[in-house]
Design a protein around this ligand. Structure first.
Ligand code: NI
Length: 257
């Protein structure tokens, strides 16, 4: 089965047809979805989705763009939600110096706080990092060693990907790998072992070719798996099989029912 390790079905872009779309997943070969947390408002919507759909799991966390809104009370609420049985990770958390919506110090403070919470709870983390390569690596080295983690929507150099792989982390690969101009990400996929790759959509964003620019959803993941298979010179079935194993290890997901 295909596992989507990073989706945002709580997003309002899915309001018109969310249930209908999620109802098509099994037929499309999508066996499990992990819906990542982003804003404070996303948390209730995510727990609701995990309660409604057996194959949907959740992550609870605050995106770096939203870090300036966090309070200690929110951290307490986060800790309670992390104890829910279908919440499998802390995320997405990290640093974003592209949008730069919160100051770098504020972003770092809450990134580290959420890493510490994940360690306390013995849960994996979903890392968002954009134009913050050096600082993200430094924080991960100091605060996340030995933890399970995925560097989601990976956008840095092949060398840095290899360093993350050595640290035991997974690299999240999505629609961008199908883009014609994505030379750097293609060489990342060529360089790192398949045993360190997980599939993700980040939907509704980053739809793969031939849907680039449209609303993304997990049903398009076969295009991503096909491209990875081509780059690694293995079958698409092998990519699906190995990334399923990787995703289960990353999140400690249960065996399929
Ligand atoms: Ni995301």
């Amino acid at each position: 089965m295909i596992i989507d390790t990073h989706a945002h079905y709580d997003d309002e872009q899915f309001d018109p047809d969310r249930e209908e779309l999620l109802g098509q997943m099994h037929r499309g070969g999508i066996g499990m979805i992990v819906n990542a947390g982003s804003t404070l408002e996303s948390w209730d919507r995510i727990t609701e989705l995990t309660e409604k759909h057996p194959f949907v799991y959740g992550a609870i966390g605050i995106h770096p763009d939203e870090a300036c809104t966090l309070t200690e009370a929110d951290m307490e609420r986060m800790k309670a939600l992390l104890d829910l049985p279908k919440i499998v990770a802390v995320g997405e958390i990290g640093l974003d110096y592209y949008w730069d919506k919160s100051g770098h110090d504020v972003q770092k403070k809450w990134f580290i706080r959420q890493l510490e919470t994940a360690r306390e709870k013995e849960m994996p983390v979903i890392i968002h990092s954009r134009e913050a390569a050096a600082d993200t690596m430094a924080v991960m080295k100091e605060y996340a060693s030995g933890m399970r983690a995925v560097i989601h929507c990976y956008s840095y150099s092949p060398e840095m990907a290899e360093e993350y792989v050595k640290m035991g982390y997974y690299i999240g690969i999505g629609g961008v790998v199908t883009f014609k101009n994505a030379k750097k990400l293609k060489s990342v996929v060529e360089r790192i072992p398949l045993s360190s790759i997980v599939l993700e959509t980040d939907c509704p964003y980053l739809a793969p070719e031939p849907y680039r620019g449209k609303r993304n959803c997990s049903l398009y993941l076969p295009y991503v798996a096909e491209k990875i298979a081509e780059l690694k010179n293995v079958s698409t079935e092998e990519v699906v099989r190995q990334t399923e194993i990787n995703s289960r290890r990353l999140y400690g997901l249960p065996e399929a029912g």
